[in-house]
Design a protein around this ligand. Structure first.
Ligand SMILES: CC(C)(COP(=O)(O)OP(=O)(O)OC[C@H]1O[C@@H](n2cnc3c(N)ncnc32)[C@H](O)[C@@H]1OP(=O)(O)O)[C@@H](O)C(=O)NCCC(=O)NCCS
Length: 180
């Protein structure tokens, strides 16, 4: 995707990366961020050859209603806005005891490789530190070695795996500690 300034010049992606900002969103923004989440995870489904039939519970097929049901005490959704549009999403759930769960990290395919995913992770770390939290936990697809390496490069530590019968992949678990 290309962005143009007021003089019709192409805006370089590194500049957009600077002006992109992460903000709390509400259920009013749900149609736009739900689309970003589904399109983001659809590339993963395509990479692994999953479909709605073979992996109905996968995040690429999450419904607006399921996303709405996530609004419980302690849950905060955030969106990354670039050029006024939602380009990325992440949510944090305060589980108590200083533990926060990071979920549904997504950057729309046309906005990838600009540092937005890293920006969303940094935002979550800053947020958890500011709230006096101790750690962030997350789960991911263990077979996605590129993603795993990326989380490790961003300061996360592998803590375990679990294979559930109804999912076509192994769940991997990681955590990041504020005190490290
Ligand atoms: C993982 C994701 C959020 C990264 O977003 P991003 O804005 O491209 O991240 P950054 O620009 O900060 O970093 C890019 C790096 O992410 C890593 N990466 C991890 N998974 C990736 C994926 N599925 N596709 C592309 N890059 C991926 C690569 O190392 C990449 O490095 P490169 O640009 O040198 O190729 C994005 O690829 C995405 O939405 N993937 C699909 C959903 C997903 O798997 N989310 C994680 C849930 S646990």
């Amino acid at each position: 995707m290309r962005w143009y300034d007021n003089f019709n010049r192409v805006v370089p992606s590194w500049y957009l990366g600077d002006i992109a900002e992460v903000r709390t969103v509400t259920a009013e923004n749900l149609p736009e961020y739900a689309d970003v989440i589904r399109r983001s995870f659809l590339t993963v489904a395509q990479d692994f050859g999953w479909t709605r039939e073979t992996a109905p519970g996968f995040r690429a097929y999450i419904t607006d209603e399921e996303l709405l049901a996530r609004y419980v005490v302690g849950y905060t959704p955030f969106a990354l806005f670039a050029g006024g549009k939602i380009a990325g999403f992440v949510s944090l759930t305060d589980k108590g005891g200083g533990v926060f769960v990071l979920n549904l990290l997504s950057v729309a395919p046309e906005y990838r490789h600009c540092g937005y995913g890293g920006k969303l992770l940094d935002f979550c770390k800053d947020r958890v530190r500011a709230l006096g939290g101790e750690k962030i936990t997350l789960d991911y697809i263990e077979e996605n070695t590129r993603l795993k390496s990326w989380y490790i490069a961003n300061g996360f530590v592998h803590t375990g795996t679990q294979k559930l019968d109804y999912l076509p992949f192994t769940s991997g678990f990681m955590e990041w500690r504020a005190a490290q």
